[in-house]
Design a protein around this ligand. Structure first.
Ligand code: ZN
Length: 264
């Protein structure tokens, strides 16, 4: 998801753009100073510098370092996922694009076919191998999310890697060749062993950790007792609106999906 009026661009830069909004990353961590984006002037020359778009007439660039041994006073490294709420929403959304393009640039320096060095394709978020012509684009991995209702109750589950106490809607990656709808039915059966019907589209969200596109549905329960999938689902239960567990972070589509269901 990008802010309204954002114009995507993609170009490798040798010099910072004047008057640009700069998103700085050391490894995967976003650099922030006092609730705002870290100033490039305080940092060493970036190892990678990309123009990733324009926002409200201002160029947006991403500066990347594999890692920085020491950060200037007042600048701290934050996991992108945990930085929601630390900076304004438009900047956070653009940081998602920045992080994905930086990851693409870093992980596609060499051709997956012949091993030759790739080069950026001008004015396109793409790299091409001059030796064999193989071209690559940033990876976007579709992931399905489904919130299951039974009357007023919601089926929420927790995966072992969730923060303690947090429950969410079911989710899983779409298999090659699979439709979103088929994925919703399959993941629900695999993860909790229940049948669902009446899939209803809710919305989507770019989930830049590292390159997912979350596609969210609501569905009705049909049959089956909850059987959590070993290793994937630590616990899954029906929750009434009056006795909800802790929910995912407000910046996530999971949170919006659950809140919207409660308001209906
Ligand atoms: Zn090649």
């Amino acid at each position: 998801m990008l802010p309204d009026s954002f114009q995507p661009q993609y170009r490798l830069l040798s010099q910072p753009l004047p008057d640009a909004l700069t998103l700085s990353f050391a490894g995967d961590a976003l650099l922030l100073g006092e609730g705002r984006l870290a100033s490039l002037a305080l940092l060493p020359p970036p190892e990678t510098l990309l123009w990733i778009g324009d926002y409200q007439g201002r160029p947006v660039q991403v500066a990347g370092w594999r890692g920085l041994d020491a950060l200037p006073a007042g600048i701290a490294a934050h996991a992108l996922r945990g930085s929601y709420g630390l900076l304004d929403e438009a900047a956070w959304l653009m940081a998602g694009r920045a992080s994905q393009l930086l990851t693409f640039h870093r992980t596609h320096a060499y051709c997956g076919v012949c091993g030759g060095a790739t080069q950026p394709v001008p004015d396109e978020a793409s790299r091409r191998c001059p030796a064999c012509g193989h071209q690559v684009w940033p990876r976007v991995s579709p992931a399905m999310m489904v919130l299951i209702r039974r009357g007023r109750d919601l089926l929420l589950a927790r995966s072992p890697h969730f923060r303690s106490g947090v429950y969410s809607a079911l989710a899983g990656f779409v298999e090659p060749g699979e439709s979103l709808e088929a994925c919703a039915h399959r993941e629900t059966m695999e993860e909790v062993g229940v049948r669902i019907a009446n899939l209803r589209w809710f919305g989507s969200q770019s989930w830049a950790f590292p390159h997912s596109l979350m596609l969210a549905f609501e569905a009705d329960y049909v049959s089956g007792d909850i059987v959590p999938e070993a290793g994937e689902i630590e616990d899954a239960r029906w929750f009434s609106p009056e006795r909800l567990p802790e929910l995912p972070s407000p910046g996530s589509i999971a949170y919006r999906l659950i809140r919207a269901a409660l308001e209906r």
